[in-house]
Design a binder for this molecule. Structure first.
Ligand code: T6T
Length: 325
């Protein structure tokens, strides 16, 4: 009998020593820092929110920068770090260089970082001896591949000949710079095509519209336009409408906003590349969680891919999920 009591007491004691460990299991909190206020990042936020809810993670969403650039993003980052209370940072750095030092300072405080949509340096975080290899991963599009594929689609739309113009945003944003580089390579494959200009609107849609209109007036025989993100594409679309050139100038727009998709339906735009921002966000939460809770090795690059909307599939119900929310 005494022996049985001893066993019961031993089991109770063992369970008591386990209980505090369970109770102490850390409640994880992640901080999301978007690049700018636009439908791409609000869709990404939705993906992040859903995955955090599923995994029981607290989420802090930093103030959306009102414009693109380190001068807007870094103060918001530093204020959030000052407040603290998070273990993982999911951020779209707005400069390949200017965000290196501020993010290294965050990392040195013991906060793990995944860059979403954009990256630091050349985005290869597996390289030793660099000043940008501290994030766990880059999770985003293969922008150069996308830019090249856009060029190939646009070339087909214009019969593989004529002048094209590229309306871009900011050469310091890894995503946009790679799209432009890919587009240049793609157009160079067509001997009868010429890229007449690349202009940067710095994420100001009105500026994109003005620059595109001026380009159309300068080269009256432009046959195709590539708008490389929400602001560039929407500004370029409006310029073509205002110039009365709908149909005469083919447009490829990057980013599946409701406005770009509506313009595709109306025949203003001919091609829309949809990234997968919600999936990027969701994957970033999942990998950060796995790393922090199980020390799982995170792939240095995760590329969710993209989809092309054309007039043939734009009303296909299976494509609806790719329109930004
Ligand atoms: O195209 C996206 C994003 O991928 C890019 O890095 C910045 O611009 C957007 O947010 C669209 O405005």
């Amino acid at each position: 009998m005494k022996k049985r009591y001893a066993i019961v007491i031993a089991v109770l004691l063992a369970s008591l020593t386990v209980m505090p460990a369970v109770a102490q299991k850390q409640q994880l909190t992640f901080l999301f820092m978007p690049g700018v206020q636009d439908p791409f990042y609000t869709t990404m936020e939705k993906g992040i929110r859903a995955k955090c809810k599923e995994l029981g993670i607290n989420l802090i969403v930093a103030e959306y920068p009102k414009a693109w650039g380190p001068e807007y993003q870094v103060p918001i980052l530093q204020a959030a770090v000052q407040r603290g209370g998070f273990q993982g940072l999911l951020i779209a750095p707005t400069s390949v260089d200017a965000l290196k030092a501020p993010l290294k300072a965050v990392y040195d405080k013991g906060i793990e970082i995944i860059t979403v949509d954009t990256f630091l340096g050349d985005g290869d975080y597996s390289k030793p001896n660099t000043d940008y290899n501290f994030p766990l991963s880059y999770i985003g599009s293969d922008n150069e591949l996308g830019g090249k594929q856009v060029a190939e689609h646009l070339a087909k739309l214009v019969g593989e000949k004529g002048k094209v113009y590229c309306q871009a945003t900011n050469p310091d944003a890894s995503s946009v710079a790679a799209r432009v580089a890919g587009f240049k390579k793609g157009i160079a494959e067509f001997p009868n095509m010429k890229l007449v200009g690349v202009e940067w609107c710095l994420d100001v849609q009105q500026k994109a519209q003005e620059q595109t209109l001026a380009a159309l007036q300068k080269d009256k025989d432009i046959v195709g336009i590539f708008g490389v993100n929400v602001f560039s594409a929407q500004g370029a679309n409006q310029a073509v409408v205002n110039a009365g050139l709908v149909g005469a100038v083919k447009i490829a727009s990057w980013d599946a906003t409701v406005s770009n998709i509506d313009n595709l339906r109306k025949g203003v735009v001919d091609l829309v590349l949809a990234q997968k921002p919600a999936e990027m966000g969701s994957l970033a939460v999942e990998w950060m969680y796995k790393y922090l809770t199980q020390k799982v090795q995170v792939p240095k690059k995760v590329i969710p891919g993209f989809e092309f909307f054309t007039k043939d599939n734009v009303n296909d119900p299976a494509m609806a999920q790719y329109i930004y929310q």
